[in-house]
Design a binder for this molecule. Sequence first.
Ligand code: 9D3
Length: 250
Amino acid sequence: MKVALLTLFPDLVRQTLTMGVVGRAVERGQLQLHCFNPRDYTTDNYRTVDDRPFGGGPGMVMLIEPLMRALGAARSVLPNARVVSMSPQGRRFDQALAIEFSTRAEIIFVCGRYEGIDQRFVDTQIDEEVSLGDFVTSGGELPALTMIDAATRLMPGVLHTEQSALEDSFMDGVLDCPHYTRPPQHPLGDVPPILLSGNHAEIAKWRRQQSLGATWLRRPDLLAKLTLNKRDQTLLDAFIAAHRDKNGVQ
Ligand code: 9D3
């Protein structure tokens, strides 16, 4: 996958993408990155990239022309890319969109700063707007990095164990089960004995039950989207019964 970013903070983007799983994908050439700074495409002595909003109000708006020239440079490197703008007004990012992004050959991300981008640029140059959720960040870079991270780790050959991506929480619509490692006994508590039993069928059953139970407790919205098979329903019913015994019936 080839990704270009239009950003006023190329160092933030490049630095971040040197680390961890994504950093390794860049080293191996599985992910190619190109940053274009609108400030490098200004023509005035002050290298101006923003101006005051027509109609008044607080904050500044990103100018069309530096963005247009930066986008032109990005398009000459990635001629077939869809142009995605990071924006609080966008479609909510989720694992389904991460999977879709991971299959694309080329993407251009436009990262806004200040109050936002001149709407004429958005209306004519942007193919899709994507948001991370209903909270306010100070720009589009961290949201773009999050989306690139989520998509890259899904690309074939990026993760060490291909299985890890498939077994992810949300791949089957439920939360992950708890994890434990050595030591089995610790002042903070003991590892659940079933995990030390060596009985792999029982361990898989326990983990599935923990996943379903955690989803029931914390994310009933996810559970409502599922139709559980008989086996899962039985595991969840037992979890709920144990939970009610432990906490008393309300
Ligand atoms: C209501 C006026 N502004 C808030 C002080 C609007 C606004 C401008 C710029 C809100 C956010 C931003 C910068 N953030 C993004 O561009 C952004 C974002 C976000 O803020 N939350 C979640 N996802 C994203 S993607 C891009």
